[in-house]
Design a protein around this ligand. Structure first.
Ligand SMILES: [Cu+2]
Length: 184
């Protein structure tokens, strides 16, 4: 009987250790493989006021359509981000190399896109341009898989929108442990 009690106690101890160890590992493994960023906020900028739950980052006056929702996503290495380019506006996605900052974007050269006026699209040749703006081809959905870790700047390539703060981040971490910016 005593032997059985010992076995039960040992089993309970092992289970307890597993429960104790598991959380730290599951946090790293909990990074999603997919995320969605909506490019533009259809219906915003009409009757809604500041402070009514609207994301007005980058826009000095009232609300606007010209935002990323959300403005940052965190995904796992080899994860995929879906960009939903909504409405009828001029939004176009451009993803920059790891570490690029908004202040580093050269907006001095712009190009036109058919149906979208211009020339008004940032044309620095640095970022990866995804899809076409709705003014050219209607609303669309584009995806990009991130196979390296880091923090990636995503901008709306339409210069007036970028200038107004229409940009955000995709943060890609390695679930095996090499977290971005963990300082070690
Ligand atoms: Cu835009």
């Amino acid at each position: 009987m005593a032997l059985l009690d010992h076995a039960v106690a040992l089993g309970a101890a092992v289970i307890g250790m597993l429960i104790f160890i598991t959380p730290a590992k599951s946090i790293a493994q909990g990074l999603p493989m997919t995320a969605t960023i909506q490019f533009g906020n259809v219906g915003a900028g009409n009757s809604q006021a500041d402070g009514a739950g609207n994301d007005v980052r980058g826009h000095p006056s009232a609300v606007s359509d010209d935002i990323l929702i959300p403005s940052r996503v965190n995904i796992s290495l080899d994860g995929t981000v879906t960009f939903m380019i909504v409405g009828s506006s001029r939004h176009q996605v451009e993803v920059y190399p790891e570490g690029t900052l908004p202040a580093e974007i050269n907006t001095s050269t712009t190009v036109s896109i058919s149906g979208c006026g211009g020339p008004n699209y940032v044309d620095d040749g640095v970022g990866e341009v995804l899809g076409q703006p709705p003014c050219n081809s209607g609303p669309s959905t584009v995806t990009k898989t991130f196979d390296t870790t880091g923090r990636f700047l995503v901008i709306c390539r339409f210069k007036p929108h970028f200038d107004a703060g229409m940009w955000g981040w995709v943060v890609v971490d390695d679930p095996s442990g090499n977290a971005v910016g963990n300082g070690s």
